[in-house]
Design a protein around this ligand. Structure first.
Ligand SMILES: Cc1ncc(C[n+]2csc(CCOP(=O)(O)OP(=O)(O)O)c2C)c(N)n1
Ligand code: SF4
Ligand SMILES: [Mg+2]
Length: 451
Protein backbone atom coordinates (compact mmCIF):
# COMPACT_ATOMS: atom_id res chain seq x y z
CA UNK A 1 0.00 0.00 0.00
CA UNK A 2 1.48 3.36 -0.98
CA UNK A 3 1.02 6.31 1.33
CA UNK A 4 -0.92 9.06 -0.44
CA UNK A 5 0.94 12.33 -1.00
CA UNK A 6 -1.91 14.12 0.71
CA UNK A 7 -3.09 11.97 3.63
CA UNK A 8 -5.64 14.66 4.52
CA UNK A 9 -6.98 17.89 3.05
CA UNK A 10 -8.01 19.18 6.46
CA UNK A 11 -6.09 21.91 8.22
CA UNK A 12 -5.12 20.34 11.52
CA UNK A 13 -4.74 23.73 13.16
CA UNK A 14 -8.42 24.53 12.46
CA UNK A 15 -9.76 21.34 14.02
CA UNK A 16 -11.83 20.21 15.87
CA UNK A 17 -15.05 21.12 14.06
CA UNK A 18 -17.11 23.80 15.70
CA UNK A 19 -20.46 22.17 14.80
CA UNK A 20 -22.87 21.06 17.58
CA UNK A 21 -22.37 17.49 18.79
CA UNK A 22 -23.99 15.03 16.36
CA UNK A 23 -24.51 17.69 13.66
CA UNK A 24 -24.64 16.10 10.21
CA UNK A 25 -22.31 18.80 8.89
CA UNK A 26 -19.36 17.03 10.57
CA UNK A 27 -20.15 13.75 8.78
CA UNK A 28 -20.41 15.34 5.35
CA UNK A 29 -17.22 17.35 5.87
CA UNK A 30 -15.38 14.15 6.84
CA UNK A 31 -16.65 12.39 3.72
CA UNK A 32 -15.57 15.29 1.53
CA UNK A 33 -12.09 15.10 3.01
CA UNK A 34 -12.03 11.33 2.43
CA UNK A 35 -13.16 11.82 -1.18
CA UNK A 36 -10.33 14.28 -1.80
CA UNK A 37 -7.85 11.88 -0.20
CA UNK A 38 -9.16 9.20 -2.56
CA UNK A 39 -8.72 11.43 -5.64
CA UNK A 40 -5.47 13.14 -4.52
CA UNK A 41 -5.89 16.42 -6.43
CA UNK A 42 -3.26 19.09 -5.90
CA UNK A 43 -4.77 21.14 -3.02
CA UNK A 44 -3.80 24.29 -4.91
CA UNK A 45 -6.15 23.16 -7.67
CA UNK A 46 -9.10 22.75 -5.31
CA UNK A 47 -11.44 25.64 -4.45
CA UNK A 48 -14.07 25.17 -1.80
CA UNK A 49 -16.81 27.76 -2.20
CA UNK A 50 -19.00 27.91 0.86
CA UNK A 51 -22.38 29.50 1.38
CA UNK A 52 -23.79 31.14 4.51
CA UNK A 53 -25.09 29.17 7.47
CA UNK A 54 -23.48 26.56 9.71
CA UNK A 55 -22.63 24.69 6.50
CA UNK A 56 -20.67 27.79 5.52
CA UNK A 57 -18.29 27.21 8.42
CA UNK A 58 -16.92 24.09 6.72
CA UNK A 59 -14.47 25.73 4.32
CA UNK A 60 -12.19 26.88 7.14
CA UNK A 61 -11.25 23.27 7.93
CA UNK A 62 -9.71 22.63 4.52
CA UNK A 63 -6.11 23.35 3.55
CA UNK A 64 -7.20 24.27 0.02
CA UNK A 65 -8.35 27.48 -1.58
CA UNK A 66 -11.67 28.79 -0.33
CA UNK A 67 -14.21 31.47 -1.11
CA UNK A 68 -16.98 32.53 1.26
CA UNK A 69 -19.62 34.99 0.04
CA UNK A 70 -23.25 35.93 0.44
CA UNK A 71 -26.15 33.65 1.29
CA UNK A 72 -27.45 31.72 -1.71
CA UNK A 73 -24.78 33.08 -4.07
CA UNK A 74 -22.07 30.44 -3.75
CA UNK A 75 -22.95 28.94 -7.14
CA UNK A 76 -22.37 32.28 -8.82
CA UNK A 77 -18.89 32.71 -7.36
CA UNK A 78 -18.10 29.10 -8.14
CA UNK A 79 -19.26 29.58 -11.73
CA UNK A 80 -16.94 32.57 -12.13
CA UNK A 81 -14.00 30.69 -10.63
CA UNK A 82 -14.56 27.67 -12.88
CA UNK A 83 -14.95 29.86 -15.96
CA UNK A 84 -11.71 31.66 -15.13
CA UNK A 85 -9.85 28.37 -14.80
CA UNK A 86 -11.59 25.17 -15.95
CA UNK A 87 -8.71 23.08 -14.56
CA UNK A 88 -9.75 23.84 -10.97
CA UNK A 89 -11.85 21.43 -8.92
CA UNK A 90 -14.55 23.74 -7.62
CA UNK A 91 -16.69 22.36 -4.81
CA UNK A 92 -19.71 24.23 -3.50
CA UNK A 93 -20.87 23.64 0.08
CA UNK A 94 -24.37 25.00 0.57
CA UNK A 95 -27.23 24.57 3.02
CA UNK A 96 -30.83 23.86 2.13
CA UNK A 97 -31.47 27.50 3.08
CA UNK A 98 -28.97 28.64 0.44
CA UNK A 99 -30.74 26.45 -2.12
CA UNK A 100 -33.92 28.43 -1.52
CA UNK A 101 -32.34 31.88 -1.31
CA UNK A 102 -30.30 31.26 -4.49
CA UNK A 103 -32.69 28.84 -6.17
CA UNK A 104 -32.38 30.34 -9.63
CA UNK A 105 -28.59 29.97 -9.50
CA UNK A 106 -29.16 26.24 -9.10
CA UNK A 107 -31.34 26.20 -12.20
CA UNK A 108 -28.75 28.16 -14.18
CA UNK A 109 -25.82 26.01 -13.06
CA UNK A 110 -27.75 22.92 -14.14
CA UNK A 111 -28.78 24.46 -17.48
CA UNK A 112 -25.18 25.32 -18.23
CA UNK A 113 -23.87 22.04 -16.92
CA UNK A 114 -20.92 23.88 -15.45
CA UNK A 115 -18.38 21.49 -13.94
CA UNK A 116 -18.97 22.15 -10.26
CA UNK A 117 -19.60 19.73 -7.44
CA UNK A 118 -22.44 20.95 -5.26
CA UNK A 119 -22.87 19.36 -1.85
CA UNK A 120 -26.16 20.30 -0.19
CA UNK A 121 -25.80 20.06 3.58
CA UNK A 122 -29.52 19.46 3.87
CA UNK A 123 -30.64 19.59 7.51
CA UNK A 124 -34.18 20.63 6.51
CA UNK A 125 -34.01 23.99 8.24
CA UNK A 126 -32.03 27.18 8.81
CA UNK A 127 -29.62 25.94 11.46
CA UNK A 128 -27.49 28.99 12.05
CA UNK A 129 -30.33 31.45 12.68
CA UNK A 130 -32.37 29.36 15.08
CA UNK A 131 -34.22 26.61 13.23
CA UNK A 132 -36.56 28.43 10.87
CA UNK A 133 -38.15 26.56 7.96
CA UNK A 134 -36.39 26.41 4.60
CA UNK A 135 -37.54 25.37 1.12
CA UNK A 136 -36.55 21.82 2.06
CA UNK A 137 -38.58 21.52 5.26
CA UNK A 138 -40.95 18.56 4.82
CA UNK A 139 -44.71 19.16 4.93
CA UNK A 140 -45.81 19.07 8.55
CA UNK A 141 -42.30 19.91 9.77
CA UNK A 142 -42.22 21.88 13.03
CA UNK A 143 -39.83 24.82 13.00
CA UNK A 144 -39.50 28.20 14.70
CA UNK A 145 -41.48 29.74 11.84
CA UNK A 146 -43.93 26.86 11.28
CA UNK A 147 -45.00 26.06 14.86
CA UNK A 148 -48.23 24.44 13.60
CA UNK A 149 -46.42 22.40 10.95
CA UNK A 150 -45.17 23.36 7.49
CA UNK A 151 -48.10 23.67 5.07
CA UNK A 152 -46.02 23.92 1.90
CA UNK A 153 -44.54 20.98 0.10
CA UNK A 154 -40.74 20.91 0.05
CA UNK A 155 -38.75 21.83 -3.02
CA UNK A 156 -37.37 18.79 -4.80
CA UNK A 157 -33.79 20.03 -5.13
CA UNK A 158 -32.69 16.96 -7.10
CA UNK A 159 -35.47 17.01 -9.67
CA UNK A 160 -35.01 20.76 -10.13
CA UNK A 161 -31.37 20.16 -11.08
CA UNK A 162 -32.18 17.08 -13.16
CA UNK A 163 -34.97 18.59 -15.21
CA UNK A 164 -32.70 21.53 -16.03
CA UNK A 165 -29.91 19.35 -17.37
CA UNK A 166 -27.46 18.63 -14.54
CA UNK A 167 -24.92 15.98 -15.50
CA UNK A 168 -25.17 14.00 -12.27
CA UNK A 169 -27.75 14.11 -9.47
CA UNK A 170 -27.59 12.04 -6.30
CA UNK A 171 -29.75 12.03 -3.17
CA UNK A 172 -28.58 10.33 -0.04
CA UNK A 173 -28.02 10.88 3.68
CA UNK A 174 -24.97 11.80 5.70
CA UNK A 175 -25.13 8.27 7.15
CA UNK A 176 -24.57 6.61 3.76
CA UNK A 177 -21.37 4.55 3.99
CA UNK A 178 -20.89 5.03 0.23
CA UNK A 179 -20.88 8.82 0.60
CA UNK A 180 -17.10 9.17 0.19
CA UNK A 181 -17.23 7.28 -3.12
CA UNK A 182 -20.26 9.21 -4.33
CA UNK A 183 -18.58 12.55 -3.60
CA UNK A 184 -15.39 11.36 -5.29
CA UNK A 185 -17.39 10.29 -8.33
CA UNK A 186 -19.04 13.70 -8.46
CA UNK A 187 -15.73 15.57 -8.19
CA UNK A 188 -14.13 13.39 -10.86
CA UNK A 189 -17.12 13.68 -13.19
CA UNK A 190 -16.33 17.18 -14.58
CA UNK A 191 -20.02 17.88 -14.97
CA UNK A 192 -22.53 19.79 -12.86
CA UNK A 193 -22.86 17.20 -10.10
CA UNK A 194 -25.26 17.76 -7.24
CA UNK A 195 -25.47 15.69 -4.09
CA UNK A 196 -28.47 16.43 -1.89
CA UNK A 197 -27.32 15.02 1.43
CA UNK A 198 -29.99 14.81 4.13
CA UNK A 199 -28.78 15.04 7.69
CA UNK A 200 -29.68 16.07 11.22
CA UNK A 201 -29.52 19.51 12.78
CA UNK A 202 -29.15 18.28 16.35
CA UNK A 203 -29.82 21.72 17.82
CA UNK A 204 -33.16 22.41 16.14
CA UNK A 205 -34.91 20.36 13.49
CA UNK A 206 -34.02 16.89 14.70
CA UNK A 207 -35.09 17.26 18.35
CA UNK A 208 -38.20 19.31 17.52
CA UNK A 209 -39.39 16.73 15.00
CA UNK A 210 -38.02 13.66 16.80
CA UNK A 211 -35.93 12.99 13.76
CA UNK A 212 -33.42 10.17 14.11
CA UNK A 213 -31.24 8.53 11.51
CA UNK A 214 -34.01 5.93 11.00
CA UNK A 215 -36.82 8.50 10.94
CA UNK A 216 -34.91 10.54 8.36
CA UNK A 217 -34.91 7.63 5.91
CA UNK A 218 -38.58 6.93 6.62
CA UNK A 219 -39.52 10.53 6.04
CA UNK A 220 -37.81 10.45 2.63
CA UNK A 221 -39.68 7.31 1.73
CA UNK A 222 -43.00 8.73 2.88
CA UNK A 223 -42.46 11.76 0.69
CA UNK A 224 -41.44 9.53 -2.21
CA UNK A 225 -38.07 11.29 -2.40
CA UNK A 226 -35.94 8.55 -3.96
CA UNK A 227 -32.31 8.07 -3.03
CA UNK A 228 -29.25 6.98 -4.97
CA UNK A 229 -28.11 8.21 -8.39
CA UNK A 230 -31.30 9.82 -9.71
CA UNK A 231 -30.04 11.33 -12.93
CA UNK A 232 -27.12 11.12 -15.31
CA UNK A 233 -26.80 13.07 -18.50
CA UNK A 234 -23.98 13.39 -21.03
CA UNK A 235 -23.61 16.99 -22.02
CA UNK A 236 -20.67 19.26 -22.83
CA UNK A 237 -19.25 20.91 -19.73
CA UNK A 238 -19.82 24.67 -19.90
CA UNK A 239 -16.45 26.17 -18.88
CA UNK A 240 -14.63 24.07 -21.47
CA UNK A 241 -17.29 24.59 -24.13
CA UNK A 242 -17.10 28.31 -23.48
CA UNK A 243 -13.31 28.31 -23.96
CA UNK A 244 -13.60 26.26 -27.11
CA UNK A 245 -16.21 28.53 -28.70
CA UNK A 246 -14.58 31.80 -27.67
CA UNK A 247 -10.95 30.75 -28.31
CA UNK A 248 -10.82 32.19 -31.85
CA UNK A 249 -11.98 35.55 -30.48
CA UNK A 250 -9.46 35.67 -27.62
CA UNK A 251 -6.69 38.19 -28.07
CA UNK A 252 -8.36 39.74 -31.11
CA UNK A 253 -8.12 43.49 -30.64
CA UNK A 254 -11.41 45.31 -30.28
CA UNK A 255 -12.18 47.48 -33.28
CA UNK A 256 -10.78 50.98 -32.83
CA UNK A 257 -12.79 54.06 -33.72
CA UNK A 258 -11.46 55.57 -36.95
CA UNK A 259 -10.78 59.27 -36.53
CA UNK A 260 -12.25 61.41 -39.31
CA UNK A 261 -10.14 64.23 -40.67
CA UNK A 262 -11.41 67.35 -42.35
CA UNK A 263 -11.70 67.12 -46.14
CA UNK A 264 -14.23 69.87 -46.88
CA UNK A 265 -15.06 73.21 -45.42
CA UNK A 266 -18.27 74.72 -44.14
CA UNK A 267 -19.33 78.33 -43.93
CA UNK A 268 -21.53 77.67 -40.90
CA UNK A 269 -20.76 80.39 -38.36
CA UNK A 270 -23.18 79.55 -35.56
CA UNK A 271 -24.37 76.64 -33.49
CA UNK A 272 -27.35 74.92 -35.11
CA UNK A 273 -29.56 72.27 -33.59
CA UNK A 274 -31.13 69.97 -36.17
CA UNK A 275 -33.85 67.68 -34.84
CA UNK A 276 -34.82 64.80 -37.10
CA UNK A 277 -38.15 63.38 -35.99
CA UNK A 278 -39.49 60.22 -37.57
CA UNK A 279 -40.87 56.79 -36.89
CA UNK A 280 -38.95 54.09 -35.04
CA UNK A 281 -37.59 51.34 -37.28
CA UNK A 282 -37.04 53.78 -40.17
CA UNK A 283 -33.32 54.28 -39.61
CA UNK A 284 -33.61 57.83 -38.30
CA UNK A 285 -30.67 57.45 -35.89
CA UNK A 286 -28.56 55.78 -38.58
CA UNK A 287 -29.23 58.58 -41.06
CA UNK A 288 -28.43 61.18 -38.39
CA UNK A 289 -25.13 59.42 -37.64
CA UNK A 290 -24.25 59.52 -41.34
CA UNK A 291 -25.06 63.23 -41.38
CA UNK A 292 -22.83 63.82 -38.33
CA UNK A 293 -19.90 62.00 -39.94
CA UNK A 294 -20.32 64.20 -43.01
CA UNK A 295 -20.36 67.33 -40.82
CA UNK A 296 -17.08 66.24 -39.20
CA UNK A 297 -15.56 65.66 -42.66
CA UNK A 298 -16.55 69.25 -43.36
CA UNK A 299 -14.65 70.51 -40.31
CA UNK A 300 -17.64 70.98 -37.99
CA UNK A 301 -18.12 69.46 -34.59
CA UNK A 302 -21.23 67.27 -34.40
CA UNK A 303 -23.05 65.82 -31.41
CA UNK A 304 -25.95 63.40 -31.68
CA UNK A 305 -28.54 62.44 -29.08
CA UNK A 306 -31.10 59.78 -29.89
CA UNK A 307 -34.48 59.26 -28.31
CA UNK A 308 -36.79 56.30 -28.93
CA UNK A 309 -39.06 54.15 -26.78
CA UNK A 310 -38.00 50.81 -25.32
CA UNK A 311 -40.08 49.18 -28.05
CA UNK A 312 -37.42 50.08 -30.60
CA UNK A 313 -39.47 49.38 -33.70
CA UNK A 314 -42.66 51.18 -32.81
CA UNK A 315 -43.37 54.78 -31.85
CA UNK A 316 -41.06 57.72 -32.38
CA UNK A 317 -37.41 57.97 -33.26
CA UNK A 318 -35.88 61.39 -32.79
CA UNK A 319 -32.25 62.37 -33.30
CA UNK A 320 -31.03 65.71 -32.11
CA UNK A 321 -27.87 66.88 -33.88
CA UNK A 322 -25.85 69.86 -32.73
CA UNK A 323 -23.58 71.27 -35.40
CA UNK A 324 -20.98 73.81 -34.47
CA UNK A 325 -18.00 75.52 -36.09
CA UNK A 326 -16.29 75.37 -32.68
CA UNK A 327 -15.02 72.29 -30.88
CA UNK A 328 -17.26 73.00 -27.87
CA UNK A 329 -20.79 73.31 -29.22
CA UNK A 330 -22.37 75.66 -26.65
CA UNK A 331 -26.00 76.81 -26.75
CA UNK A 332 -27.79 76.46 -30.13
CA UNK A 333 -28.44 79.73 -31.89
CA UNK A 334 -30.84 78.28 -34.44
CA UNK A 335 -33.26 75.36 -34.45
CA UNK A 336 -34.15 73.31 -37.51
CA UNK A 337 -36.78 70.59 -37.32
CA UNK A 338 -36.97 67.91 -39.99
CA UNK A 339 -40.20 66.02 -39.36
CA UNK A 340 -40.71 62.88 -41.38
CA UNK A 341 -43.53 60.94 -39.72
CA UNK A 342 -46.51 61.38 -37.44
CA UNK A 343 -44.84 59.48 -34.63
CA UNK A 344 -41.94 61.95 -34.66
CA UNK A 345 -44.30 64.93 -34.93
CA UNK A 346 -46.22 63.72 -31.90
CA UNK A 347 -43.00 63.58 -29.93
CA UNK A 348 -41.65 67.03 -30.86
CA UNK A 349 -44.97 68.89 -31.24
CA UNK A 350 -44.71 70.47 -27.79
CA UNK A 351 -41.33 71.95 -28.66
CA UNK A 352 -42.47 73.64 -31.89
CA UNK A 353 -44.29 76.34 -29.97
CA UNK A 354 -40.96 77.42 -28.45
CA UNK A 355 -39.41 78.25 -31.83
CA UNK A 356 -38.61 81.81 -32.81
CA UNK A 357 -38.78 83.49 -36.19
CA UNK A 358 -35.23 82.58 -37.13
CA UNK A 359 -35.93 78.87 -36.71
CA UNK A 360 -37.35 76.52 -39.33
CA UNK A 361 -39.56 73.46 -39.60
CA UNK A 362 -39.36 71.15 -42.60
CA UNK A 363 -42.26 68.72 -42.47
CA UNK A 364 -43.06 65.91 -44.88
CA UNK A 365 -46.10 66.97 -46.85
CA UNK A 366 -49.36 65.75 -45.37
CA UNK A 367 -48.21 65.98 -41.77
CA UNK A 368 -50.55 68.11 -39.66
CA UNK A 369 -47.98 70.61 -38.40
CA UNK A 370 -49.72 73.57 -36.82
CA UNK A 371 -48.42 77.03 -37.56
CA UNK A 372 -45.33 77.61 -35.42
CA UNK A 373 -43.45 80.84 -34.70
CA UNK A 374 -40.64 79.60 -36.99
CA UNK A 375 -40.85 79.29 -40.74
CA UNK A 376 -42.70 76.22 -41.93
CA UNK A 377 -41.74 74.36 -45.08
CA UNK A 378 -43.43 71.49 -46.76
CA UNK A 379 -41.11 68.74 -47.91
CA UNK A 380 -42.06 66.48 -50.78
CA UNK A 381 -39.86 63.43 -50.76
CA UNK A 382 -39.93 61.52 -54.06
CA UNK A 383 -41.47 58.07 -54.02
CA UNK A 384 -39.38 55.22 -55.29
CA UNK A 385 -36.65 55.18 -52.65
CA UNK A 386 -36.49 52.58 -49.92
CA UNK A 387 -38.42 53.36 -46.74
CA UNK A 388 -35.20 52.72 -44.75
CA UNK A 389 -33.25 55.38 -46.60
CA UNK A 390 -35.99 58.02 -46.79
CA UNK A 391 -34.38 59.96 -43.92
CA UNK A 392 -31.07 60.06 -45.81
CA UNK A 393 -32.89 61.43 -48.89
CA UNK A 394 -34.62 64.06 -46.75
CA UNK A 395 -31.31 65.12 -45.14
CA UNK A 396 -29.69 65.34 -48.60
CA UNK A 397 -32.62 67.51 -49.73
CA UNK A 398 -32.20 69.71 -46.67
CA UNK A 399 -28.46 70.11 -47.36
CA UNK A 400 -29.27 71.39 -50.85
CA UNK A 401 -31.70 73.89 -49.37
CA UNK A 402 -29.58 74.97 -46.40
CA UNK A 403 -25.89 75.63 -46.71
CA UNK A 404 -24.77 73.76 -43.61
CA UNK A 405 -21.85 71.96 -45.30
CA UNK A 406 -21.15 70.61 -48.80
CA UNK A 407 -23.23 67.71 -50.13
CA UNK A 408 -19.96 66.05 -51.22
CA UNK A 409 -19.13 65.48 -47.56
CA UNK A 410 -22.36 63.47 -47.20
CA UNK A 411 -21.53 61.40 -50.28
CA UNK A 412 -18.06 60.69 -48.91
CA UNK A 413 -19.46 59.81 -45.48
CA UNK A 414 -21.70 57.23 -47.18
CA UNK A 415 -18.55 55.46 -48.37
CA UNK A 416 -17.36 54.99 -44.78
CA UNK A 417 -19.86 52.18 -44.30
CA UNK A 418 -19.08 49.97 -47.33
CA UNK A 419 -21.96 47.54 -46.72
CA UNK A 420 -24.52 50.37 -47.09
CA UNK A 421 -22.53 52.73 -49.29
CA UNK A 422 -24.42 52.06 -52.52
CA UNK A 423 -27.93 52.36 -51.12
CA UNK A 424 -26.99 55.50 -49.19
CA UNK A 425 -25.44 57.08 -52.30
CA UNK A 426 -28.64 56.36 -54.24
CA UNK A 427 -30.69 57.87 -51.43
CA UNK A 428 -28.49 60.99 -51.44
CA UNK A 429 -28.85 61.30 -55.24
CA UNK A 430 -32.63 61.14 -54.84
CA UNK A 431 -32.28 64.18 -52.58
CA UNK A 432 -32.04 66.37 -55.70
CA UNK A 433 -35.74 65.59 -56.31
CA UNK A 434 -36.88 66.66 -52.86
CA UNK A 435 -39.23 69.62 -53.28
CA UNK A 436 -39.22 72.17 -50.52
CA UNK A 437 -41.90 74.85 -50.40
CA UNK A 438 -41.98 77.60 -47.84
CA UNK A 439 -45.55 78.02 -46.62
CA UNK A 440 -47.00 81.46 -46.03
CA UNK A 441 -46.80 82.42 -42.37
CA UNK A 442 -49.59 81.00 -40.25
CA UNK A 443 -50.40 78.17 -42.67
CA UNK A 444 -50.42 74.64 -41.29
CA UNK A 445 -48.20 72.30 -43.34
CA UNK A 446 -50.90 69.91 -44.50
CA UNK A 447 -50.50 70.47 -48.23
CA UNK A 448 -50.91 67.04 -49.81
CA UNK A 449 -51.14 63.55 -48.37
CA UNK A 450 -47.57 62.27 -48.12
CA UNK A 451 -45.89 59.01 -47.15
C1 LIG B 1 -29.75 37.02 1.96
C2 LIG B 1 -29.69 36.56 3.39
N1 LIG B 1 -30.81 36.24 4.02
C3 LIG B 1 -30.79 35.82 5.29
C4 LIG B 1 -29.60 35.72 5.95
C5 LIG B 1 -29.56 35.28 7.40
N2 LIG B 1 -29.10 33.92 7.53
C6 LIG B 1 -27.85 33.62 7.90
S1 LIG B 1 -27.60 31.98 8.05
C7 LIG B 1 -29.20 31.67 7.62
C8 LIG B 1 -29.75 30.27 7.58
C9 LIG B 1 -28.84 29.30 6.94
O1 LIG B 1 -29.53 28.11 6.68
P1 LIG B 1 -28.91 27.05 5.71
O2 LIG B 1 -28.50 27.69 4.46
O3 LIG B 1 -29.84 25.90 5.60
O4 LIG B 1 -27.58 26.63 6.48
P2 LIG B 1 -27.45 25.86 7.87
O5 LIG B 1 -27.19 26.91 8.90
O6 LIG B 1 -28.71 25.11 8.11
O7 LIG B 1 -26.27 25.00 7.66
C10 LIG B 1 -29.90 32.82 7.36
C11 LIG B 1 -31.32 32.90 6.98
C12 LIG B 1 -28.41 36.04 5.26
N3 LIG B 1 -27.21 35.93 5.81
N4 LIG B 1 -28.49 36.47 3.99
S1 SF4 C 1 -27.24 24.70 14.72
FE1 SF4 C 1 -27.77 22.84 13.63
S2 SF4 C 1 -26.69 23.06 11.70
FE2 SF4 C 1 -25.78 24.50 13.10
S3 SF4 C 1 -24.06 23.41 13.96
FE3 SF4 C 1 -25.77 23.14 15.34
S4 SF4 C 1 -26.68 21.25 14.72
FE4 SF4 C 1 -25.38 21.88 13.09
MG1 LIG D 1 -29.93 24.14 6.69
Amino acid sequence: VTTPTHPTYLDQAALPYFFCPGCGHSLITDHLNAALVKLQPDPRQVVIVSDIGCSGLADRYFATNAFHGLHGRSLTYATGIKLANPELKVIVLIGDGGCGIGGHHLINAARRNIGLTMLVYNNLNYGMTGGQHSVATPAGGLTATTPLGQLERPMDICQTAAVNGAGLVIRTTAFDTALTDLIAEAIAAETFALLDIWELCTAYYAPTNRLSRQALAESMEKMNFKTGVLHREERPEYSRLYRQVTAPEMGRPASQPQPLSQRYSSSLDKVVRLTVAGAAGKKINTAAALFCRAAVLAGLSAEQRNDYPVTVKSGHSVSEIILSPHEQAGEPEEDIYLILAEEGLKNVRGRLGLLTRGDSVYAASGLPVEAAPGQIHSLEIPKGGRAETRAVTALAGLLRERDLFPLEALIEAAGLLPAYAEENRQAIALGSQVKITRLPDGTPATAAPGR
